[in-house]
Design a protein around this ligand. Structure first.
Ligand code: NAP
Length: 518
């Protein structure tokens, strides 16, 4: 049995009290991972002392070059990572590439930003602020790397992208990474780090990997550390309340559950590009990665007089998706990640039904390609219909292949009211060619959303959909989505930095601060 190891203090180490990692297509046990007995305090200190010192000496261009080497090393072994992601995660080839190419794409994007920032090591944020009647006395804002370690705790659904989107920003900011993938799918993260170590890409202490439970990791956090967490709202709340996080003011970013939505505008005819885009993107969100995407659309607002027609069209679109053995090229949806997730998704769907939502499509395991008997963690894609004021639809995230259709009166005000009941989402979409409707939804719903995707006919051919997180754009959301913000180009670096106001004589400050490349 393969034992998943951790990479701490620049060496591979095995921990105890291991949990199994399975292939969810056939329940085969692939490996086991545990972390008890590992000295996490020592590992964090090693990352702070060695990784931090090394990165702070490097210019942005050098950190960017490091990110480019990481991307190259991973891309070279893409096929190995894809195979592992299919086995340990139930991903189809397309799902696996989405995760792995998302990782290398984000690394490459931040590598270019580093190159552009050139020979600086720190940044000045904004222009001089005049602070006195005499223009000589001014203030600048300096942004420097924190002197701690960036602890990254990730969810099971994106073992590659989750690790490297966070690592890219942190390394470019000059802060070493201590990353912990979810145990259930840790094989991809372990293999990816093995490739980097084999290729000799990683400077001492810059990247540490903990596989298995977090154990006492948070007890060793210090005042200059930060934690970026992605996962369920419950775990996020536990981390937020941890004594060390609270008492030492540890910087914390949380990306949590989200009840994302898609709004179909009343203006959208069934023969328009916007309608085609709506159908394609909602169906993709229900089935891609078996619906296990934090950005997946869970609530679909449809003008009441169009409900039957849209339901039928969406059902047809979802029916075209073949479900089964994810290693087969013709299969476009695999199982959910493990038995615990399957039970959670089944319980979520049961809760929807109990609340009065009507299941109008799906149920059971569905028709499966190349799957025998009851093997694997399969569940058919399902659609529900519920009145827009059903409280369960707006409070329970069913993290699987499902969405609920909600009839509404077609006005922007009603759409915004329904969107806001999710109490904060990562992303929502509005499909419309009507400028006034788009304005009404975007401007009024923005306070509840991390990102808004406007799907109009003119972008139908170009849209990657709301579920593709682009490094140029912020990722995160208010309220129940965790209140966090990642990525967004250079905006993402702020979390890993200390912004310090520096006041004094203008010419002196301009000599000592990194105003120009030097
Ligand atoms: P989870 O159970 O909350 O676990 C997330 C991570 O937290 C795992 O690495 C887990 O480790 C770790 N963890 C658990 N208890 C911990 C503790 N007490 N202290 C420190 N770390 C702890 O979530 P999940 O089931 O993996 O992921 C599914 C959820 O993530 C969904 O709700 C989804 O919406 C959300 N998600 C959000 C985003 C986003 O960007 N907003 C992205 C993806 C997923 P173990 O695996 O070892 O238990």
């Amino acid at each position: 049995m393969h034992i998943v190891r951790s990479y701490l203090c620049d060496r591979w180490q095995e921990g105890g009290e291991r949990r199994p990692l399975i292939n969810p297509s056939n329940d085969e046990r692939l490996a086991e991972a545990g972390s008890s007995g590992l000295d996490l305090g020592d590992a964090l200190a090693h990352a702070r002392d060695h990784g931090g010192a090394t990165l702070r000496k490097m210019t942005f261009a050098q950190r960017g070059a490091l990110l480019a080497s990481i991307a190259t090393s991973l891309h070279k072994r893409r096929e190995d990572l894809v195979a592992l992601s299919i086995a340990n995660g139930g991903n189809t080839r397309g799902d696996a590439k989405f995760d792995i190419d998302g990782a290398t794409g984000t690394l490459s994007y931040y590598a270019k930003l580093g190159e552009r920032l050139g020979h600086k090591r720190t940044l000045v944020d904004g222009a001089a602020e005049r602070l006195a009647p005499n223009p000589r006395y001014v203030g600048y804002h300096l942004q420097v790397p924190r002197r701690g370690v960036a602890v990254h705790i990730n969810a099971f659904n994106f073992p590659a992208w989750g690790l490297f989107e966070k690592a890219a920003v942190s390394i470019l900011a000059g802060v070493p990474v201590f990353t912990k993938p979810a145990t259930a799918t840790a094989l991809v993260a372990e293999r990816a780090v093995e490739f980097l170590v084999e290729d000799g890409v990683l400077p001492k202490g810059v990247l540490s990997l903990l596989c298995g439970s977090a154990g006492d990791l948070l007890d060793h956090l210090d005042v200059q550390d930060v934690v970026a967490f992605t996962g369920s709202a419950d775990t996020g709340a536990r981390i937020r309340g941890h004594a060390c996080v609270v008492e030492r003011s540890v910087g914390l970013n949380i990306e949590a559950d989200s009840l994302n939505a898609a709004v179909l505008g009343a203006d959208v005819d069934s023969d328009s590009g916007a309608y085609e885009l709506f159908l394609r993107e909602v169906a993709r969100d229900v089935t891609q990665k078996a619906g296990q995407k934090c950005t997946a659309t869970r609530r679909v607002l449809i003008p009441a007089d169009r409900l039957d027609e849209v339901r039928e069209d969406l059902t047809n679109e979802i029916d075209n998706v073949r479900v089964g053995d994810p290693s087969l090229r013709e299969v476009r949806m695999g199982p959910v990640t493990n038995r615990a997730q399957l039970a959670d998704v089944e319980a979520g769907m049961a809760a929807l039904e109990k609340s009065g939502a009507e299941r109008v499509h799906g149920g059971g395991r569905g028709k499966l390609v190349a799957i025998e008997g009851d093997q694997g963690c399969f569940i058919a894609p399902s659609l529900f219909v519920a009145p827009a004021d059903n409280p369960v639809v707006h409070s329970r995230e069913v993290f699987g292949p499902t969405a609920t259709l909600l009839p509404y009166d077609g006005t922007a005000d009603a759409a915004v009211d329904i969107l806001s009941r999710g109490k904060g989402s990562l992303v929502s979409s509005v499909y419309t060619d009507d400028k006034l409707f788009a304005e009404g939804v975007v401007l009024e719903a923005a306070a509840f959303m991390g990102r808004i995707h406007v799907g109009s006919s003119r972008v139908a051919e170009h849209s990657p959909g709301p579920g593709t997180v682009m490094p140029q754009m912020v990722h995160g959301g208010p309220g129940r989505a965790g209140g966090g913000e990642e990525l967004g180009g250079l905006r993402g670096l702020a979390f890993y930095s200390q912004r310090t106001g520096v006041q004094g004589e203008k010419t002196l400050l301009e000599k000592i601060l990194p105003m120009e490349e030097r």
